[in-house]
Design a protein around this ligand. Structure first.
Ligand code: PDD
Length: 279
């Protein structure tokens, strides 16, 4: 496995950054995850636009242009002979000589990338659907920034794993914000696809954006608004979207079935539409 670190392609065992890196010390960094299907980067423009926006929101200048970043991603995919999986990218404010909270001067950002193998299209969980648990959303107030400060999500997804669930749905003021690493959707009894509107309360999911656009192109009804766990439990279908899951049915919430507890036809249809879009 080859990784990219600050301008060089190196074997994973040699891919290292400083212990003074601000990503490590302060979670002062941004990340992106894009899927790879048949060796091709999926929805790249959308992920790079979000990267550009995230770094802008924390006043961090990318050390490379987004065009160059995409070239590096493609080269890494080729060097690793990656067919299906994902490319992880992280940019931090770099390694200073000490531990000052305020931005250091003259420090070059750290840029790293690596790939991992995952058969997203044929994932078992895509066929069966997943169970989710609900947890309080204890994150900070700027969730629109794809920050590497993921401790709340680590704890949420660990709780899900311990409960035998595939994702944690985070809840704030009685409403679902998003999944630990996914966007949340329901299909109401009158066939409206509902997903929370973008704001600082959630990450603007690239897959969410594509699925909403693809659904609207097909004259499916979409409403962007918050929903409650009770509404999700009373829904016809529920599902999540993310770069590494695409569209996956949610069949139970806190152990209670959504409808008949099986992936529904709309979820299956949207998954097929998204896979076609990605291919
Ligand atoms: N997570 N919400 C959160 C909190 C996320 O971390 C993610 C993605 C999403 C979905 O966004 P997208 O469709 O652009 O992947 C929503 C990535 C996959 C991760 O952390 O691994």
């Amino acid at each position: 496995q080859i990784a990219y670190v600050n301008g060089s392609f190196v074997p994973m065992s040699e891919a290292k950054v400083s212990i003074l890196d601000r990503g490590f010390l302060f979670a002062d960094g941004i990340y992106e995850v894009a899927a790879v299907l048949d060796g091709k980067l999926i929805d790249s423009a959308s992920h790079l636009a979000r990267l550009q926006r995230s770094v802008g929101e924390i006043a961090l200048a990318l050390p490379e242009t987004t065009d160059r970043i995409q070239e590096i991603q493609k080269e890494l995919i080729a060097r690793n002979n990656l067919v299906n999986g994902m490319v992880y990218l992280e940019v931090t404010r770099g390694a200073d000589t000490g531990r000052d909270f305020a931005f250091p001067k003259g420090v070059k950002p750290t840029l790293i990338m690596f790939t991992s193998v995952k058969d997203i299209v044929n994932a078992e969980s895509a066929r069966t659907g997943i169970g989710v648990i609900t947890v309080p959303d204890i994150r900070w107030a700027r969730r629109d920034i794809k920050s590497v400060a993921l401790l709340a999500q680590v704890l949420a997804k660990q709780a899900a794993a311990e409960a035998g669930a595939g994702e944690a749905w985070m809840v704030e003021d009685g409403q679902v914000t998003e999944g630990g690493s996914s966007s949340c959707f329901i299909l109401t009894q009158d066939d409206v696809i509902v997903t929370r509107h973008n704001s600082s309360a959630i990450l603007p999911g690239c897959t969410r954006k594509a699925v909403v656009a693809l659904a609207e192109e097909r004259q499916l009804r979409v409403e962007e608004r918050p929903f409650t766990v009770a509404e999700a439990l009373a829904a016809k279908e529920a599902f999540i979207t993310s770069a590494t899951a695409f569209v996956q049915a949610v069949v139970t919430i806190d152990g209670k079935p959504v409808a008949n507890g099986k992936p529904g036809p709309m979820t299956k249809r949207l998954r097929e539409i998204y896979v076609d879009f990605a291919k």
